[in-house]
Design a protein around this ligand. Structure first.
Ligand code: RIB
Length: 312
């Protein structure tokens, strides 16, 4: 594959408690285990790309602390280029408090810290970074102004621009014009279109409404109902792979990175969707954020195992 993928995004030190269920308001429950994992949506997506064999460069900010050291080490162990990572002199490294229940579902509170402490001068080297790159992949754990500036510059430089709107945040209307591929889950899609997105039919309608805002293609993930994709030429639905859920953390990140990878390989949007669903499904079967992200050979073997279901 020619060209690097630049991932602009958040890096978090995840503190993960597993319990049989999540407590209600005012309630205390006993947990079963506690672990820490390298996480953050941007860093997870960068690691997933690197595990697929893509040259990947992470653009982000961590604090000058032991948590930042561990997150940088995880990226480097996975082969992600960290030259464009910045150490924040004032704020600490971002943290994610992750609660996982017996169904593998999660509930996350993120303290962004350095992830949100950007200044315009932090983008001075952006032009150089984009030279020779193939794709910019962003989420919304960094300031919207920075995301917008990077998307605009990357689009002008001819890169494939991908925005994963996680967590959902108000966006300027013009931003969608700089996005070739928009990836959302159904909660985020509901936030942007102003109505619930419960299944594939509603997702298609929502995707068409989002296409009309100016992006090139829209993908909406639907958890155990798979994912829907739409672009100017039509729409398709990929059913979910059937797996036993251990921990859904980073499944969406795995999906986004795998989708970008498959498109850069030249796959059609609907074919790329199946590959991304497989990558996300494998991630769900393992604990933690970055440790759960699959390698290319694992995804191929999983698809070939016949557990893939058709795209229509
Ligand atoms: O998408 C999963 C990630 O969301 C976690 O790693 C956590 O840090 C939050 O950013």
């Amino acid at each position: 594959m020619d060209g690097t993928v630049i991932v602009l995004g958040g890096l978090n030190f995840d503190l993960v408690i597993r319990g049989s269920r999540i407590p209600g308001k005012g309630e205390s429950v006993f947990g079963k285990s506690f672990h820490t994992f390298p996480g953050g949506k941007g860093a997870n997506q960068a690691v997933q790309l690197a595990r697929l064999g893509v040259q990947t460069c992470m653009l982000g900010r961590v604090g000058n602390d032991i948590y930042g050291d561990q997150l940088v080490a995880s990226l480097e162990e996975n082969g992600v280029i960290t030259d464009a990572l910045m150490r924040d002199p004032e704020l600490g490294t971002g943290k994610g408090w992750v609660f996982v229940d017996d169904d593998g579902d999660n509930y996350i509170i993120v303290l962004p810290e350095a992830n949100m402490n950007w200044a315009k001068r932090d983008l001075e080297a952006l032009g150089q970074l984009l030279k020779g790159a193939a794709c910019l992949l962003c989420q919304l754990e960094t300031p919207v102004t920075i995301v917008e500036a990077c998307l605009r510059a990357a689009k002008d430089a001819g890169l494939l621009t991908v925005l994963n709107t996680a967590p959902a945040t108000s966006l300027p209307a013009d931003l969608f014009n700089h996005v070739d591929l928009l990836i959302l889950n159904q909660t985020e899609a509901a936030f942007y279109v102003g109505r619930s997105v419960g299944g594939a039919d509603q997702a298609r309608t929502a995707a068409e409404a989002l296409l009309a805002r100016g992006c090139g293609a829209v993908v909406i993930t639907l958890g155990d109902q798979g994912a829907v994709a739409a672009d100017g030429s039509g729409a398709c639905h990929c059913h979910a792979f059937s797996v036993r859920a251990v921990d859904v953390t980073a499944a969406g990140d795995s999906f986004c990175a795998a989708l970008a990878y498959a498109l850069l390989q030249g796959d059609e949007l609907c074919g790329a969707l199946q590959f991304a669903c497989a990558s996300g499904a494998l991630t769900v079967t393992r604990e933690g954020a970055q440790p759960s992200l699959p390698k290319l050979a694992e995804i191929r073997a999983f698809i070939e195992s016949g557990r893939a279901r058709h795209v229509r």
